[in-house]
Design a binder for this molecule. Structure first.
Ligand code: 13P
Length: 338
């Protein structure tokens, strides 16, 4: 393992004022996004959509890395250029989602464990040849029913994945996501997230994962979407920073949040509130899927004549989140076009 190189890549992924574009929706997940904008889920539509995002000039200024799905890392742009080359030319690091999804955890009603470890060493070797220099594995937890069995099983899988990634010269993004879809309070989200992070770092230690060569991708501490009482921006920021300080060693170069179903502007405001006026041991930035792509998807609607408008919408969200990553975002900036 070349830890110096892994550390260099990890630092590039959380470079100041930049963050990660999570464009790794599986063909099933992107179908849901395309259904919402009335676009047919064909390989060429998926290619055209990703291609215009990766060709947006703002990538150079605000995007440090792009997470891809297996199909996309092998795909070529309309002119024959591999999409990976377009990403690398923008200065961003290409990455790959390697888990095969959350499956029901036996005898644990409603809980899941993420799968995908079988054959992963060989898949990492293949993805490295295709240009990937980082990877992602996402575990999910329902905070209304999480058991130690679920937390431990997912932490062990995350640790085995992270060790295999580092063995093969790939920086692991370790993503334990306490879901925000339920009616739980912010206090419950906080307690479950703390438990999940403690156990995850314990298993990373047992698996010999070098913290200097990984990135953590956690949820923020928010109220469940169906909870009557919703924590405000500052409360979310305070609680999230408090839990991260308790659980994440300073050796980790950076923490890149998922958006998890927050609105675009909430995701930006929360990140900004965490960074504004604080000195922290790690860089705090974004690794958003929905909160970066909802606006460009809507503007595009599958029509080539809308591409410039959609690229402007993507550039705007990328810039807003880039500013939030250094605590310099202001709500007034939302009114300006990119
Ligand atoms: P969201 O920002 O839409 O939660 O997606 C991030 C991600 O990569 C989930 O695994």
């Amino acid at each position: 393992m070349d830890l110096k190189e892994l550390n260099r890549i990890a630092n590039a992924m959380v470079a100041k004022g930049k963050g990660i574009l999570a464009a790794d929706e599986s063909s099933g997940t992107i179908k849901k996004r395309f259904d919402a904008i009335d676009v047919e889920n064909t390989e060429s539509n998926r290619r055209d959509y990703r291609e215009f995002m990766f060709r947006t000039p703002a990538m150079r200024d605000y995007i440090s890395g792009v997470i891809l799905f297996d199909e996309t890392i092998r795909q070529k742009a309309a002119d024959g250029t591999p999409l990976v080359e377009i990403i690398a030319a923008s200065g961003a690091v290409p990455g790959i989602k390697v888990d095969t999804g959350a499956k029901p955890l036996a005898l644990c009603d409603g809980e899941t464990v993420t799968e995908g470890l079988d054959g992963l060493r060989e898949r990492f070797q293949d993805y490295h040849e295709l240009g990937a220099r980082f990877a992602k594995w996402r575990a999910t937890y329902d905070p209304t029913k999480t058991s130690y069995n679920c937390i431990n099983a997912n932490a062990q899988a995350l640790a085995r994945y992270a060790a295999l990634a580092q063995e093969n010269g790939i920086v692991p993004i370790v993503e334990p996501e306490v879901l925000m879809d339920y009616d739980n309070t912010v206090e419950t989200c906080e307690a479950v997230t703390e438990w999940v992070l403690k156990e995850t770092f314990q298993q990373l230690y047992y698996a010999n994962v070098a913290l200097e060569g990984m990135i953590l991708k956690p949820n923020m501490i928010v109220s469940g979407k169906k909870c009557a009482k919703q924590a405000g921006i500052d409360e979310v920021a305070e609680r999230t920073v408090k839990v991260l300080k308790r659980c994440v060693p300073g050796a980790v170069p950076g923490i890149a949040f998922l958006s998890g179903g927050q609105s675009d502007e909430e995701a930006t405001a929360h990140l900004n509130a965490m960074n504004a006026g604080r000195t922290l041991p790690w860089h705090l930035t974004f690794s958003y899927g929905r909160a970066l792509q909802a606006a460009p998807q809507k503007a595009w609607g599958g029509k080539s004549e809308n591409v410039a408008k959609a690229q402007a919408a993507f550039a705007h969200r990328a810039r807003m989140n880039g500013l939030a990553a250094t605590g310099q975002w202001k709500p007034e900036l939302e009114k300006q076009a990119a």
